[in-house]
Design a protein around this ligand. Sequence first.
Ligand code: ADP
Ligand code: MG
Ligand code: ZN
Length: 511
Amino acid sequence: MVNDYEAVIGLEVHAQLLTKSKAFCTCATEYGLSPNTNTCPVCLGLPGALPSLNKNLVEYILRMGAATHCSIRSQSTFVRKNYFYPDLPKGYQISQHNDPICYHGYIEIEDSVADSETNEKRSSGNFKRIGVTRIHMEEDAGKSIHDIGIDTLVDLNRSGVPLIEIVSEPDIRSAKEAVQYVKELRKIVMALGICNGNMEEGALRCDVNVSVRKKGETILNPRTEIKNLNSFKSVESAIEYEIVRQCDMYDALADSENAGETVVRSASATGRFDVASGEVRTSRSKEEAHDYRYFPEPDLVPVVVSDEWLVRVQQAIPELPLSRKWRLVEQYAIPAYNAAILTEEKELADYFEQASAALNKSKDAPAGAYTLVSNWIITEVLRILGEHKQTIQEFALTPTRLAELVALISSGAISGKIAKDIFPELLAADESPRAIVERKGLLQVSDESAIEKTIDEIIAAHTGEVEKYKGGKNSLFGFFVGQVLKATQGKANPKIVNDVLHRKLDAPVAK
Ligand code: ADP
Ligand code: MG
Ligand code: ZN
């Protein structure tokens, strides 16, 4: 029974860094160039070519270390990790081993259910720290292309692209929690500007390590590892599949002393998740128990990080997405659900805060208008960005003009419906929202005496309906509202129409 067991999960995440050039040569890191054009003797692994370290690689990993509360080594070294692979012409990968530059940190994650249902921050224990064992620097290998014709082709453009590997402690307890962790990690690298987070292109990919144990036990059982998962969905499905498989196997082998060994051998330790079938397939057995023959890289000097450098990096770390989410909830009183979406991308949250600042200056905007701004961004703005495959930085409407539109709605000058109607025009030209509304004669009528006059005329023209309403046919109220809106081409302020109609129609019948 799966219910008798607890899953123990640790993740190794590789993030491709956004440096302009590769880790140890000056070739560009650009994605999608024609095969093997972006190479040089160093990243082709030609004999005698000498690597030299890209300083930005260190700068970027220091940012990640600082953002994940890691200790930082003032001196760390590179090693050669030896293995044979057709897309690794040198026969080794430059990496770090016993002295990774960052170690002993943590990433804070949040329970996804609680997060959307309540605005109450830390009270319900929704937060959990996942330990970060280490973060180290390494270079990517090239790419083998198997699916064209009968031959396997090798593209070395990716060879030497800088990566960081973030290794977690086995602190994760479910597939959902693992996804939460990867999501948080992805938001962090994006907010730090060190990785574009594009999982589909492999810029962020995960190896998951899974074991199970009887609930209440504290031992670590043998684990299996599933490599190269590049979507949240595949992380979740691969872990769920593996948990069930291992639990079934422990149950079946309940009497055997070597159940753990069997569990691991049966998965051949390293598997590949097949998205189509939803199963973990054996790909290759793990490089014969770590026989990488690590040895110090003789062509690179140790990396030295001065205190000054580290302090400068630490001071420049932006507010992290999860903290920012809860600050937005507190500062603007917007729903946690909205804040979560806004802080998925730093620039989107920036846009919200800029629009809110502009709104703050506008005298028409009442309290509560910030929620309206956030609603507009997470619905209308994101919808249009999706349709046009645009980023928020490319969006035509400035935050100030969105704030003007929201001020018109929240002050009652126009209805939300009319705001949506004029939205395309707002995007197409630089005209201010108020100018568009005035030019088209769409300003809402909030002049109570004008509305009262219209209502008096309608009451006088529909004495029959008035009688029926007063006789108890309450449903006729909607009829009167409709008449008023018709007479004013939909521009009468609905709240005032309601108030005045109630006052007139519900007045005691004169004897
Ligand atoms: P390797 O290079 O063999 O993959 P690492 O130390 O780089 O080893 O990574 C080990 C990963 O496996 C870490 O994320 C760690 O948390 C996780 N892990 C270690 N032991 C277990 C276990 N018993 N069950 C699940 N995960 C584990
Ligand atoms: Mg591993
Ligand atoms: Zn190169």
